[in-house]
Design a protein around this ligand. Structure first.
Ligand code: AMP
Length: 197
């Protein structure tokens, strides 16, 4: 039995934080397309550079680019026991391609964890989110700040605000979520995939 799990929900709903805990429980990798794209950007790969303009504006990176990235990632050995997909799929096209890729691997999603949160709470969380540049640890102002301002408790790295977490872009990302991603929960409900709210 494998744990092929999708975490679905708006930005800042807590998908990444939960995935960090769940990956230990289930012993499966946490696959965040946002993290993969940010890593590609940090390394200045052609893919990262292509994605940058979309990410900075809070828009979705084209399906073709992200689907290719995830398909390659799912072929890696560490996904044998399952995976926690965070931030993917975000469009109907991505959801269909994921189903197709899993079918080819003779697998199927076991579970969709749906994070339902109000727009008000999300905006507060996203604009209060801070992240360690070095290890990725997530903080939140004012609820869970680093002990020393701007310094990661875990590794001493620099704690920053993601450019796309600034209020205007965060608001736009929420709109993009409502327009392009929110309906995916119905897509999964109509299938036999188990959805937990
Ligand atoms: P996240 O860290 O999941 O909030 O993603 C940050 C940004 O990366 C998003 O606002 C998009 O620009 C891009 N991104 C991440 N995942 C996807 C995806 N599945 N499809 C398209 N763009 C994505």
């Amino acid at each position: 039995m494998s744990y092929d799990i999708v975490l679905l929900g708006p930005p800042g709903a807590g998908k990444g934080s939960h995935a960090t805990e769940l990956k230990t429980t289930y012993d499966v990798p946490h696959i965040s397309t946002g993290d993969m794209l940010r890593e590609a950007l940090k390394k200045q790969t052609p893919l990262g550079l292509e994605a940058k303009a979309f990410m900075d504006r809070g828009e979705l990176v084209p399906d073709k680019v992200v689907i290719g990235l995830v398909e390659e990632r799912l072929k890696q050995n560490d996904t044998r026991k399952g995976f926690l997909l965070d931030g993917f799929p975000r469009t109907l096209e991505q959801a269909k391609e994921l189903d197709k890729a899993l079918r080819q691997m003779k697998r199927a999603l076991n579970l969709v964890l749906y994070f339902k949160t109000s727009a008000e709470v999300i905006l507060k969380r996203v604009t209060g989110r801070r992240v360690c540049k070095a290890c990725g640890k997530i903080y939140n102002i004012p609820n869970f700040p680093p002990k020393k301002d701007g310094v990661c408790d875990a590794c001493g790295g620099e704690v920053i605000q993601r450019k796309d977490d600034a209020p205007e872009t965060a608001l736009h990302r929420l709109k993009v979520y409502e327009e392009q991603t929110a309906d995916l929960v119905e897509y999964y409900r109509k299938q036999d995939t188990k959805v937990w709210d």
